[in-house]
Every structure is written in C-alpha cells, then in structure tokens.
Design a protein around this ligand. Structure first.
Ligand SMILES: NC(=O)c1ccc[n+]([C@@H]2O[C@H](COP(=O)([O-])OP(=O)(O)OC[C@H]3O[C@@H](n4cnc5c(N)ncnc54)[C@H](O)[C@@H]3O)[C@@H](O)[C@H]2O)c1
Length: 293
C-alpha cells in the first residue's frame, strides 16, 4: 500500500506515548482515532494535548487554526471496533507486556481491512513475536517512537524477515508525513539500537549504585558533566517510566533466562510502591509540577 492511500490512523493506548503519537498523526493531516480501555486515560490525554498545543501556539510553533484543524481530526474512543474500522495504519502503544500486545494484535487483525499496516511502538519486543498472532506478518513492523514523541525526532522502523519492503517503505513515508525522522532497521533484534545502547549504560549505572560505588545522583552528574549526556541514566528512567524499564527487563529475562538480565531489586520495589518516575511525581527523584526537587 502506498502512503497516498493512508487517510485514517489508529493509535491504541493513550498513555505517555500513545496520546502524543496520535497528536503527531492528526497534525500530519490524518483522520486519527486514539483508543484506550480506560476512559480516564483518554480524558487526561485530551487535557495534556490541549496544554501542549497551547504552549506551541504561545511559542509561535503552531497557529490556532492549525491546532483547531488537528483537534477536528483527532477522535478519542474506548471502542477498538470504532478505532479499527476502515483504518489504514495502526500504531499500538499499550503497556509493554507481550501477551497483552499479542491479544490486541489478534483482535485488530480481525477488525481492520486487509491492506492495513499494524505497527507496534514496543520499546524492545521484536514484531515477529506479535505478528505470529495475525494473518498478515508481511504488514506488521515496529515503529518505535521516543519519549516524548512531540519532541523527539526519531522513529526506529524495524522489519522482521517477514515484513514486506512495501510495508517498510510506507511506514518510513508515514514518519516523514508526521514530521519524524524514520530510521529503517532491516534486521530485528531485541531492544533495537537505541535501547540496547541505553540498557548497557543503565545496567552499569545500576551495578555501580547497588554496590555502593556512587549514589545515583552522582552517577547522573558524571554522565552529564563528563560524557555530555543531556540526562543521566536515573533521570532517563524517571522520564520514561520506571515500570516501562522494569517490564522491558522482565521480558528480556524471560527470553534469556540469564539472572543478570533480571530487573534490580530496588527497581522492583519502586514499581510495587507505584514510584514510577515523573508520571507519579516520584521515582529516583521527587517531582513537583515545576520539575525535580
Ligand atoms: N514511556 C516511554 O518512554 C516509551 C518510549 C518508547 C516506547 N514505549 C512503549 O510504548 C508502549 C506504551 O508505553 P507508555 O509509556 O505509553 O505506557 P503507559 O502505561 O503510559 O500507557 C499505556 C496505556 O495503554 C492502555 N492500555 C492497556 N491495555 C490496553 C488495551 N488492551 N487496549 C487499549 N489500551 C490499553 C492503558 O490504559 C494506558 O493508558 C509500551 O510498549 C512501551 O514499551 C514507551
């Protein structure tokens, strides 16, 4: 399917990632349906997007007319059927659990037209594991956006050995239409590129912290001052959600069975306590509305 045939996009999951991806699609001129099983997530999504777009207007990055045009194209629903009906591309952004994603894809496969591309925004999971639950593995791929999608200009577009070239080309063209730089990876690997690099850094940071070589604040400070990283590894965990990293690690551990791949105990404790980072006001650091305390 060529990019010119894409008119309607559906984004499944209205959390940290999904709501902003849906805004990019609507700003890119696509009729967009944002679906979530949780009504509250959708309400929060709309409030946050109104806030972001108003800030863009005050900074001169967007006109009021363009904002209104985009919101006219953005529909929110709890019905998967409504989101899937006649859609040309789906970007799934539900939580990072393989069985949940497989179930969503199996349902979508039955609801969307035969030509529709099904993409997953998973941070780590290769699409072939999900495509196996559909009847269209050639139309399934990863489109991995980065947090926050309204700011971060990169999407890893990852093919499995069953993804067709045409699907990958259309996904790359879609990225261009929504103002994002797509980077095509023709061979899939767990975690793709960015997160594999980040995992290596985070794992070492956790080792140093857990063994008392430095406090997490010092580790972040050194990463920023000595390596010129804009954020330290613990700050990144808070930004993207400690639970997101935890589930990604659990997934890796299930795949490899290597105890070294298990999430750190302190991370598990934070997830159990609901201290998930910026989104809950507390993670490694504590946050007010203005920023880290
Ligand atoms: N947070 C990040 O930094 C980041 C970056 C890149 C990719 N990702 C990936 O994006 C995906 C979503 O992450 P997030 O941080 O937005 O998570 P999140 O927890 O903020 O949001 C997930 C949303 O999915 C909804 N949901 C759960 N099950 C559903 C279902 N069956 N159908 C519809 N909606 C459902 C939840 O109600 C919630 O609103 C994950 O796969 C994650 O790995 C996250």
């Amino acid at each position: 399917m060529s990019i010119d045939r894409i008119q309607k996009a559906a984004v499944i999951g209205a959390g940290s990632m999904g709501h902003q991806i849906s805004m990019l699609c609507a700003l890119g001129g696509f009729e967009t349906y944002l679906q979530d099983i949780d009504e509250t997530s959708l309400r929060k999504a709309r409030e946050q997007l109104e806030h972001h777009m108003d800030r863009w207007i005050s900074k001169g990055k967007l006109t009021t007319e363009k904002k209104e045009a985009a919101f006219a194209k953005l529909h929110m629903t709890t019905s998967l059927e409504e989101a899937a009906e006649n859609t040309d591309i789906v970007i799934e952004a539900v939580l990072e659990k393989l069985d949940v994603k497989q179930e969503v894809f199996a349902k979508l496969d039955k609801l969307v037209p035969a030509h529709t591309i099904l993409a997953t925004n998973s941070s780590t999971i290769v699409n072939s594991k999900i495509a196996a639950f559909t009847s269209r593995p050639e139309k399934v791929l990863n489109m991995h956006f980065f947090y926050p999608p309204l700011v971060m200009d990169c999407v890893e577009v990852v093919m499995s050995d069953q993804t067709s070239k045409e699907t990958a080309e259309t996904a790359m063209a879609f990225c261009e239409r929504i103002g994002r730089t797509g980077v095509l990876l023709e061979k899939e690997i767990y975690g793709f590129i960015a997160n594999r690099l980040l995992f290596a850094l985070s794992k070492e940071a956790m080792f140093l912290y857990e063994n008392g070589y430095a406090d997490f604040k010092e580790i972040d400070l050194i990463a920023k001052k000595a390596l010129s990283h804009p954020l330290g590894p613990f700050e990144i965990a808070d930004l993207s959600g400690i639970d997101v990293g935890y589930y990604a690690n659990m997934q890796l551990f299930q795949e490899t069975g290597d105890p070294n791949d298990k999430p750190a105990k302190i991370v598990e404790e934070k997830v159990k306590a609901g201290h998930l980072g910026r989104k809950t006001g507390r993670g490694w650091y504590e946050y007010t509305k203005e920023g880290a305390l």
